[in-house]
Ligand binder design. Structure first.
Ligand code: PLP
Length: 391
């Protein structure tokens, strides 16, 4: 390429002048920011004046997204990470040290379980697994060194609902913090900090962004030592990129609309599934026979989530032909898209677990997880019907 570097990239003072400003947030894909003087750089790095320096530390698109997420969660602090797993890593790396102990819900997302039970021991951090719906097991499992209790608001894939207010109270009684993975609920259904949780994480890759084109995470809290969180993100390299943040900010604008529509359809679909002869059991917190239905009603203010899990009587063979026949509902091991998708936990999200562990969780070959999108409920039911007719 010809010419001086400054000719290749328009500088702010050479951009066309305008007395107006863009309505949509611009994207700032720069990795580094230019300083005017040594003094200015020092003032900024000391934190005396606001300014961006290096994308891994902070950038405007992450700041804009974090600000919206902070409002959604009613949090004092929020930070965006490169993925949901990076948000969990940031929580662990900023809050725990060698010798600490963590209480880990045995119902967590598979990779989260691996992080806390396989990776943390390498850092000298011990753990105990517990059932998030058996509160008495907390008192039995807590130790003097317990510093963190980790649960999901709605567990994957059996959709058990954790009593966050009680968990937070017990956690504080034992001198521990409560970290809630709120991915399956989103802040539309639940704001765990208001229930007493200390930290909340979300996989923004799911409902928060909502369009299956972004990988990001969120960590929120009310801590005074938040610098430890942002330092962990920069030092361990867990930061987000501007374009992903820009896309997620756009996705977030429709979050309440998408969630409400999908929750309505999920309730309709779960009630329809209950009536089908090929189905052994349906898990959905909106169904009256769900073990935590009353808690869900009170904790989620009348909505019950966008995921429905059901168990086919014919086991893995039935799941295979159901998925094959269901061309209108793509089989992909994620959730929170605009379209309805199917997943098979035994062969995807929970394949890392032993058969015995899956049995304890109630995950079999016939277990299907449905992530309900924003199409009409009739369209979803018609598609499911096609799959069931093959059995
Ligand atoms: C409940 C839950 N938490 C965390 C994660 C990890 O998020 P990410 O894929 O954005 O790293 C996932 C991913 O599926 C998830 O389902």
């Amino acid at each position: 390429m010809q010419g001086r570097p400054e000719d290749q990239c328009p500088q702010p003072d050479t951009m066309p002048a305008s007395i107006t400003r863009p309505l949509a947030m611009p994207i700032y894909p720069t990795s580094v920011w230019q300083c005017d003087s040594l003094e200015q750089a020092e003032q900024m790095l000391e934190g005396n004046v606001a300014g961006y320096v290096y994308q891994r530390d902070a950038h405007p698109n992450a700041a804009a997204l974090a600000s919206k997420c902070r409002q959604l969660h009613g949090a004092q602090q929020a930070v965006i990470t490169s993925s949901g797993m990076a948000a969990l890593s940031a929580a662990v790396l900023s809050q725990l040290k060698a010798g600490d102990h963590v209480l880990v819900s045995r119902e967590l997302y598979g990779r989260s379980l691996q992080l806390l039970t396989e990776q943390c021991p390498k850092l000298g951090i011990d753990h105990t697994l517990f059932d998030p719906c058996q509160l008495e097991s907390i008192t039995e499992s807590c130790r003097a060194e317990t510093r963190l209790i980790v649960v999901e608001t709605i567990s994957n894939p059996r959709l058990k609902v954790a009593n966050l207010a009680s968990l937070a109270e017990l956690s504080h009684q034992h001198g521990s913090q409560l970290l809630v993975d709120n991915t399956f609920a989103s802040p539309v259904l639940c704001r765990p900090l208001e229930q007493g949780a200390d930290l909340v994480m979300e996989s923004v890759s799911k409902m928060m962004n909502g369009h299956s084109d972004v990988m990001l995470g969120l960590l929120c809290g009310n801590q005074s030592n938040w610098q430890e969180v942002t330092d962990a993100i920069s030092i361990w390299g867990l930061a987000s990129g501007p374009f992903d943040c820009w896309l997620a900010t756009r996705g977030l604008a429709t979050l309440p609309l998408r969630i409400s529509r999908a929750c309505e359809s999920a309730l309709h679909v779960s009630q329809w599934l209950l009536r089908q002869a090929e189905i052994e059991q349906v898990d959905y917190p909106g169904l009256e026979d769900h073990p935590q239905h009353d808690l869900a009603r009170q904790q989620f203010h009348g909505q019950f989530g966008t995921v429905v899990t059901f168990h086919l009587k014919g086991g893995r063979a039935a799941a295979e032909s159901f998925i094959q026949a269901n061309q209108a509902l793509p089989f992909c091991p994620s959730l929170g898209e605009t379209i309805t998708t199917l997943s098979h936990p035994e062969s995807t999200s929970h394949r890392g677990l032993s058969v015995a562990q899956r049995e304890t969780l109630g995950i079999g070959g016939g277990t299907i997880r449905l992530s309900v999108g924003i199409e009409s409920a009739e369209h979803i039911v018609d598609s499911l019907q096609v799959g069931l007719e093959t059995l």
